[in-house]
Design a protein around this ligand. Structure first.
Ligand code: TYM
Length: 332
């Protein structure tokens, strides 16, 4: 059996990139027989940058609601939030003593997120990937579905697991996980700039489709999405140096569960206006029901809190056993 673990930060504005790059895949994996799936709202990761406490609380529930609205079934998968399971913080500390500064210095996401003045970034933002490794390793996860931007963090997680096993003479004790990154469409780009990742923190809301957008907002954002003046290409090679066309066709293909070639055949030589109509229609078909369901679920905070509490109890059973073994090995 595959043991699946993945996490999403409750930092608001969950978007199409999170859905197509990660959450959609979570649902697929959950529905394959035999897989054991754990999906975590990583609230400890969220506070590596400043959060408003009220907003954070709201966003934790909203992320859980997004999981459920997208098709994650709390009866099949464990849904919980990280801060309710103390082993995550404990394991992160121990693993940070195994990790090397040189390894963390190579992390490109830290460099991006910390911006110019790295001295002012939090220690948490710097050691963020170690906490991520703790998340995964506590559950003996075999497979970790993520978008392309998390690849480097998963490689670090594998290095940390191997070094811990070596340092403590515990062959195969921490399981070295496999990243699950889709071959196509694992990096959805901004609607305003085909070279920039679609992101929660982009100041322009027009740069992304939020999972809480309604049909009108989706229509408007696709209408305003950046394109180039040429008609749609008739060959995949002609997408070179047309990042916006490539991204929009990629989004369409991913939503339709078809490869890029097929979409190119469908729209070759057509104008963007015609393609955008089809794209909006397809987006609305997928996103509108999710958006409506998120809003419905958010009206029942008691239900969401109950799901998170029950999930945390289940997660805690697994994680507290593993952290005890880790502490034994360390000599505590
Ligand atoms: P986060 O919250 O930034 O993003 C959640 C998931 O969405 C994917 N993603 C994208 N995929 C395609 N295109 C995009 N534009 C795009 N933007 C985001 C991310 O790759 C991710 O899979 N560090 C993680 C959370 C985490 C985690 C973990 C993941 C914490 N612990 C353990 C796996 C296992 C993060 O910040 O994801």
């Amino acid at each position: 059996i595959k043991k699946i673990f993945s996490g999403v930060q409750p930092t608001g504005n969950l978007h199409l990139g999170n859905y197509l790059g990660a959450i959609k895949n979570f649902v697929k994996l959950q529905n394959e027989k035999e897989n054991e799936c754990i999906f975590c709202v990583v609230d400890l990761h969220a506070i590596t940058v400043k959060q408003d406490p009220k907003e954070l609380k709201k966003n934790i529930r909203e992320t859980a609601a997004t999981f459920i609205a997208s098709g994650i079934d709390p009866n099949k998968s464990i849904i919980f939030n990280q801060s309710m399971v103390p082993a995550h913080s404990e394991a992160a500390w121990i693993l940070s003593c195994v990790s090397r500064i040189g390894w963390l210095n190579r992390m490109t996401q830290f460099k991006e997120k910390a911006g110019k003045d790295k001295e002012k970034a939090s220690i948490g933002l710097y050691s963020y990937p170690v906490l991520m490794a703790a998340d995964i390793l506590l559950y003996d996860a075999t497979h970790v579905p993520v978008g392309d931007d998390q690849k480097q963090h998963l490689e670090l997680c594998r290095d940390i697991a191997q070094k811990f096993n070596n340092d403590f003479n515990a062959t195969d004790f921490l399981k070295v996980p496999e990243p699950l990154i889709q071959k196509e469409f694992s990096r959805i780009m901004s609607l305003k700039d085909g070279l920039k990742k679609m992101s929660k923190s982009d100041p322009s809301d027009l740069s992304r489709i939020n999972l809480t957008d309604n049909s009108e907002e989706i229509l408007n954002k696709i209408k305003k999405a950046k394109t180039d003046p040429l008609p749609l290409p008739s060959d995949i090679k002609d997408l070179n140096e047309r990042p916006e066309a490539e991204n929009l066709l990629g989004i369409y293909s991913s939503l339709k569960n078809q490869n890029l070639e097929k979409s190119i055949i469908e729209f070759k030589g057509k104008n963007f206006s015609e393609f955008k109509e089809k794209l909006s229609e397809t987006l609305i078909e997928t996103i509108d029901p999710i958006s409506k369901e998120i809003k419905k679920l958010l009206n029942d905070e008691g239900y969401l809190d109950k799901i998170l509490l029950e999930g945390s109890n289940k997660a805690n059973k697994i994680a507290s056993k593993k952290i005890k073994e880790i502490k034994d090995l360390v000599g505590f």
